[in-house]
Design a binder for this molecule. Structure first.
Ligand SMILES: NC(=O)C1=CN([C@@H]2O[C@H](COP(=O)(O)OP(=O)(O)OC[C@H]3O[C@@H](n4cnc5c(N)ncnc54)[C@H](OP(=O)(O)O)[C@@H]3O)[C@@H](O)[C@H]2O)C=CC1
Ligand SMILES: O=C(O)C1=N[C@H](C(=O)O)C[C@H](O)C1
Length: 246
């Protein structure tokens, strides 16, 4: 059983992950980390005590699951490195320098950076690699991500990851061969469409999340996958590989 600490227990993602993880026999939720000073610090959510200080509780876990803010995630990363704990980070919007710090950390701790933990999105990514390999040079490739008006980052982390994996598979540049578009409006839940646009014809591939449960389920699957793993960089592709026999 993996002992986890879950951050942001009042956040849209953190609250769903906590609820899902608390009901899974494969996970033991050892604690939750809330925003210091928040009125819910010291209370219990889903039967789990919420602390405002990771240093006080981190030794009780094997792994931290963090879907919060860029600022908090950087602090969580440094704590995990200092204490030799694993980390699944689903937060998006990091700078290139911050992403490099995650990669460096993977030399000493088990690390999973995953901008999208939905099983279907990670299957979609494999399908898109095939599309990009078959169609590169024959069409334009565009990615449109649509999210609610409160989302902080654009393009989404998913759009960037899908672009990176297509570019790698088809030997393209993710910056110059793929174009990114973002719409932030109302309460749209995560929607990604990839357009392969030729002349006289076009392919559009879309993933729509109706809510955030697919991401919470995937985060818990990822935590189960991380059990017993040593230092290194792991991805959702590794998590789904067993299920897809890839
Ligand atoms: N990888 C994936 O599959 C997915 C990733 N995401 C990403 O996850 C991140 C969070 O998204 P979402 O849940 O929608 O955002 P929310 O705004 O709902 O949640 C952010 C949470 O961070 C908490 N927080 C802020 N500072 C701290 C701190 N110092 N210590 C502990 N908690 C803190 C806030 O606490 P408080 O409530 O007290 O303000 C809040 O609950 C985003 O980057 C988003 O893009 C989202 C969906 C799926
Ligand atoms: O903020 C969100 O909602 C989501 N963020 C992630 C991203 O930036 O790709 C994953 C998913 O799209 C939901």
């Amino acid at each position: 059983m993996v002992k986890v600490i879950i951050t942001a227990p009042k956040g849209k993602m953190g609250s769903l992950i906590l609820k899902e993880a608390a009901g899974r026999p494969s996970l033991d939720v050892a604690g939750a980390l809330g925003r210091p000073g928040a009125d819910y610090i010291g209370t219990e959510i889903c039967g789990v005590k919420v602390s405002g200080d990771l240093e006080q509780i981190i030794d009780q876990c094997d792994l931290v699951i963090d879907f919060s803010t860029v600022e908090n995630s950087m602090a969580v990363l440094r704590s995990c490195v200092a204490h030799g704990k694993g980390l699944i980070c689903g937060t998006t919007g990091f700078t290139d320098e911050q992403e490099a710090e995650f990669r460096k950390a993977a030399e000493t701790i088990p690390m999973m950076r995953a901008s999208n933990t939905s099983y279907m999105v990670n299957v979609l990514s494999k399908m898109l690699e095939l599309g990009a390999r078959a169609l590169s040079g024959l069409c334009d490739i565009d990615i449109l991500d649509m999210h609610d008006r409160k989302k902080k980052d654009a393009p989404s982390g998913t759009a960037k990851e899908l672009g990176d994996s297509m570019a790698k598979a088809a030997r393209l540049s993710p910056e110059t061969d793929i174009t990114y578009h973002s719409l932030r409006a109302g309460d749209i839940s995560s929607t990604h469409t990839v357009f392969f646009t030729g002349f006289g014809e076009r392919i559009e591939v879309t993933h729509r999340a109706y809510n955030w449960e697919c991401f919470a389920n995937g985060a818990c699957e990822a935590a189960r996958f991380m059990e017993g793993k040593g230092p290194g960089s792991y991805t959702m592709s590794d998590v789904i590989a067993g299920e897809m026999a890839l």
